[in-house]
Design a protein around this ligand. Sequence first.
Ligand code: GDP
Length: 332
Amino acid sequence: MKKALITGITGQDGSYLAELLINRGYRVHGLVRRVATENQDHRLSRIKGLLKEDLITLHPGTLENYASIYEVVKNVEPDEVYHLGAQSFVAVSFDDEFSTFNTNINGTHHLLSACRTIVPHARFYFAGSSEMFGKVHESPQNENTPFHPRSAYGISKVAGFDLTRHYREREDIKMFSCSGILFNHESPRRGMEFVTRKITYTAAKIKLGLAKELKLGNPEAKRDWGFAGDYVEAMWLMLQQSQPDDYVIATGETHSIKEFVEKTFAILKLNPADYVTYANSAHMRPAEVDLLVGDASKAKTVLGWEPKVKFEQLVQNMVEADMKFVGKNRGW
Ligand code: GDP
């Protein structure tokens, strides 16, 4: 039985990926911070079902500490490693550059180095990001578009991308290491701090009489939003190829924050003008990424990957899920 190690298993992507790998017959191991195991109901909520059925094994560890990562890789001896763990919120990265770099850059280096030493033949996936394109040099963005990151998060992902490529290209290492350049991907499991989930969750609360307003930042930023469940499939496919490589994963459609709001409120038969305010200073960014739209034709040709869920369906699914979630929890 193949063994997979996922860092960031408690997050949106980690939880979908764990389900996919279990369905494909893998034994799945996850790296988690110790604090997550101490507050299981909250932090492990996305993988609660998998844990209950004993389908995954969790290993406490910290990406920031090489010895800790080394121990986990040694204990698991994985065949495939999916490195999704990171400080993943762009807005926080402006306020806390140091921890963002420490977790995201050193964390990636520690894991690559431990794998190189202990399991040099393991296949390695790094979660790159469309934030690496930042102030875009062309549209749509593909694997050859230059990077121009606009946040500590984006910079840390460029460093991780380069480390991953370096370990693949170094003649004395030659790891099977790949990066996915994933554009924004959402789902009902998305963290509340990201704009899509903030919109669908707050709109559901407004509909059910539990909130009165939705305060947002920049309404004009445009993103290429796909469904996380589709995107984890692409991660897996990258590691099943005969050669390691990097791939853009995107839908090829772009929509503004305002359009996301309008679609959400239309589904709920509410008028956004009655509830939504924009340009709230707490949610504006000191350097914005204005427009992202990806060209995933390489992934389509080489991996046979295509997104199944597009914008309209994604918003619909998230709104329906949040109506149920808020209804059940009455305002949690
Ligand atoms: P990101 O693309 O990884 O930064 O994902 P986010 O979901 O955090 O943000 C997407 C875009 O939404 C960015 O351009 C933000 O400036 C914009 N935005 C506008 N209002 C908000 C808000 O209230 N919260 C967040 N998170 N983003 C907002």
